[in-house]
Design a binder for this molecule. Structure first.
Ligand code: GUN
Ligand code: ZN
Length: 431
């Protein structure tokens, strides 16, 4: 057993719908054994229960929360973050496809996977839903590197059989066959979980989407991930390609791709009927504010999503996103909410990046919280990480103000340490 002393924050409900959704222990203790949480509570109450000789790690003055969960990110796009283009479709053609071509080389994939995972850990992200490339070996590289770090990662091979360069194409049949082989090789092996990953409707034939849907039905505890309703030009293109569908989202529903554990990136241009279908089927939205502002895609409507009862979580969408940091993602999410007339308290944003994401993915009880038995993925946040953070957080009148300052002013520098399955996998100030 290991014990960690710090302020503790975690959730048991969504603060948008309940005032008592969070647990806050100003002087707290987190107990971890064999990679799982044993207890989280007040230091005074818990330290007397510790077996003699239990190591105590003193992070007093810092804040421990569950590790962040990034519900939509492209590891092959690490090297093309911050690449300029006038919108999504030219950005895909100019940067994305040539960059992803390099993953035909497994050694390149392995090197990039290592850097990517270490960057996530530096930012306090312990689980992500990851797009690989069309190459099956790009999935092997990601899961191999995640396994070495004992990380809970969800990832899948991109399916893409049209409207992209010929050198990045699979076919409906080879894509489904390769995906099934990867499911058998990786899904539920250690902490790895597989996501069936049609890139988006324009780059998959209907036959490919149907086979992906059949696979999703045959393997109900796998994940599904794709993009939907991100950009106006993209939405127009989907209407031309699938004139029989009621909407862009309906293209996926007709193919059996809306279900629990299906996570759709962006969801900006959904209508009310779409939102109702998301809520009814248990599919979730991965909201990507840094990407949506960067590419000029649009503003996610948090209030409408909440009204419909949709599952929502936050995501970076790197390389479309401009930061790996979920704190910086909260910063931009807050402003997007303001621009659409709604308001996102910091408490809600921390929920959306932890337990809310775990719920969106059907992984509550596994990750995202400190209920006993949950996997011990947690981070140590430093309210004094920079001179400005130190100055601002020295006079916070409430927990909300403290979390808000961390979200608005924090980034990788605010993450003093990251733990996965109870092991320390990142430390900021290594001696
Ligand atoms: N739509 C299809 N592919 C992509 C991608 O790689 N990034 C983003 N942001 N949108 C997409
Ligand atoms: Zn994306």
């Amino acid at each position: 057993m290991q014990a960690y002393r710090a302020s503790l924050l975690h959730f048991h409900a969504d603060p948008a719908f309940r005032d008592d959704a969070h647990h806050w222990h100003e002087d707290g203790l987190l107990l971890v054994d064999e990679g799982r949480v044993v207890a989280a509570g007040d230091y005074d109450a818990l330290h007397a229960t510790l077996p003699q000789g239990t190591p105590l790690h003193d992070y007093s003055g810092k804040l421990i929360t569950p590790g962040f969960i990034d519900t939509h990110v492209h590891y092959p796009q690490t090297d093309m973050i911050a690449s300029p283009a006038p919108g999504l479709l030219p950005w895909l053609d100019t940067y994305t496809f040539p960059t992803e071509r390099q993953f035909a080389d497994p050694a390149h994939a392995a090197r990039t996977a290592e850097f990517f995972l270490d960057e996530l850990l530096r930012c306090g992200t312990t689980t992500a839903m990851v797009y690989c490339t069309v190459h099956a070996a790009s999935v092997d590289a990601l899961f191999a590197a995640a396994g070495q770090r004992q990380l809970r990662m969800v990832a899948g091979k991109v399916l893409m059989d049209r409207h992209c360069p010929e050198w990045l194409r699979d076919t409906a049949e080879t894509g489904a066959r390769d995906s099934e082989a990867l499911i058998r090789r990786w899904h539920n092996k250690g902490r790895a979980l597989y996501a069936i990953t049609p890139r988006f409707a324009p780059t998959s034939s209907e036959a490919q989407l149907r086979l992906a849907g059949e696979l999703a039905t045959a393997w109900p505890d796998t994940f599904v991930q794709s993009h939907v309703s991100e950009n106006a030009d993209e939405c127009r293109w989907v209407r031309e390609l699938f004139p029989q569908a009621r909407s862009y989202l309906d293209v996926y529903e007709r193919c059996g791709l809306l279900r629990p554990r299906a996570v759709y990136g962006h969801c900006i241009w959904l209508d009310d009927a779409d939102r109702a279908r998301m809520a009814a089927t248990g599919a979730a939205a991965a909201v990507c504010p840094t990407s949506n502002l960067f590419l000029g895609s649009g503003l996610f409507d948090f209030a409408q999503a909440d009204r419909a009862g949709m599952r929502v979580a936050l995501a970076t969408d790197v390389g479309g996103g401009t930061s790996f940091s979920m704190l910086q993602t909260m910063n931009e999410a807050y402003k997007v909410a303001r621009l659409t007339g709604s308001y996102l308290p910091a408490l809600r944003m921390f929920y959306l990046a932890t337990l809310g994401a775990a719920r969106a993915m059907g992984l509550e009880g596994t990750i995202g919280g400190f209920a006993p038995g949950t996997e011990a993925d947690f981070i140590v946040l430093d309210p004094q990480a920079t001179p400005l953070l130190q100055r601002r957080t020295s006079h916070c009148a409430s927990l909300e103000e403290l979390l808000f300052a961390l979200a608005l002013l924090g980034d990788d520098r605010a993450v003093a340490a990251t733990y996965a399955a109870g092991n320390r996998v990142h430390v900021r100030d290594a001696a």
